[in-house]
Design a protein around this ligand. Sequence first.
Ligand code: NAD
Length: 247
Amino acid sequence: MKEKLQLQKCAEKLAAAKKVAVLTGAGISTESGIPDFRSPGGLWEKAEVRNAITRDCFYGKPDVFYHHFNQLFLPWDDVHPNQGHQALADLEHKHGKWVGIATQNIDGLHQKAGSTQVAELHGHLHTATCPRCQNMIPMEAVKANLKEGELPKCDCGQFYKPDVVLFGDMLPQDIWHKAMVWMGQADFIFCVGTSLTVTPANTLILRRHSECTLCIINKEPTQFDHAADFVFHGSAGEMLTSFLDSV
Ligand code: NAD
């Protein structure tokens, strides 16, 4: 009953908002069948995985890096957006809101659902680039190399690096700046399916102005719950769909 009232109040704020900014994490895509890292029992508990998806590992032990990268991120071709991604796209197209989504995800599912303004803070899985000569190849070429048991190598001798942000990498500054502007201008911020433990992405919500409503939707509590106007611990897909039904 209390949650229903909270949901209604929050939906009213959303209905009144003109500009909506969204920060999403791996939790919005678990309902599409992509596991997150930090849920209990998740991959992040395995030290060898944690240590492999890093800048140091790419440069120091590219074979170990690509072994884990291939297993973790490359079997995602056949994944589809779920009702959570769809609800955010509908907010833009059916409800006429201005929506800017800053995502920590690299799965491309917001765009597949139809959202047009997506800032991919941690990159994407479309291409890989040679860190030495900046030559770029499609990820399909990387996959073909790995299938043959080879690491993807540029003519200059350097290994291609996937265009995702690894631990130890800088965030792409233009995209980061865009996301900061969206958060600063929004009068409603959704924060969905993120443990809010990865810096600097977790600091984005602190850009909000004093009149902006912050709503966190996550299965588990986060360290920023106390700072939010509304907090819902539940499924991203179900909660976002409920909001859209009430707006
Ligand atoms: P995260 O830190 O964003 O944590 C995921 C959170 O989502 C957890 O707190 C969990 O309780 C919550 N959650 C899980 N399923 C949910 C659901 N159905 N509804 C609501 N909440 C749900 O993400 P992470 O897993 O720690 O990943 C960190 C980084 O790893 C990301 O920033 C990304 O670069 C990469 N990653 C990306 C993907 C992806 O693109 N889909 C998946 C895994 C990891």
